[in-house]
Design a protein around this ligand. Sequence first.
Ligand SMILES: Nc1ncnc2c1ncn2[C@@H]1O[C@H](COP(=O)(O)OP(=O)(O)OP(=O)(O)O)[C@@H](O)[C@H]1O
Ligand SMILES: [Mg+2]
Length: 154
Amino acid sequence: MATKKASKLVTNSPDETEQIAQIIAKNLKGGEVFELVGDLGSGKTTFVRGLAKGLGSSDSVASPSFTLSHKYDTGSLTIYHFDFYRLNQPGVVALELADILNDPRNVTLIEWGDIVHGILPEERLAVKFSQTGDTVRELEFNYFPDSDYLMKGL
Ligand SMILES: Nc1ncnc2c1ncn2[C@@H]1O[C@H](COP(=O)(O)OP(=O)(O)OP(=O)(O)O)[C@@H](O)[C@H]1O
Ligand SMILES: [Mg+2]
């Protein structure tokens, strides 16, 4: 099996985090799955906001903590944004997620995804967020070589 690659970036503001996500957005083909890992307030939702902007969505991006998921329409692809922080058992939500993951027109981003790990594709891009200062965040990208195209321009 191909080994995973890792690369790290440091951002100094929410805007910079959005800009990184906007660059990645330009590389999306559809069907990508992002697992966003990190503590509360580490910048996961901020990253999703940049990605949606980068795909040309004018929808406002907010935390889906209470509703579990948000959908943002763009000209080409549909973004699904999940936050499973408050989910205690996968149940029907996991079935819904599995359908979404199987559609190559979708781009899926998942916060607090441990509870659905069993159904996530292994080829997902994992992004780990660490708060290293008031407005400083370290982003570590872990991905398979097949996903190299996503990092173009960074
Ligand atoms: N460099 C940075 N990148 C991203 N967010 C930053 C940065 N510096 C400061 N912030 C602030 O940190 C907070 C990040 O919030 P965000 O909702 O993106 O976190 P989250 O990881 O999604 O948290 P949760 O697990 O609660 O959903 C925001 O208030 C944002 O303004
Ligand atoms: Mg969030």
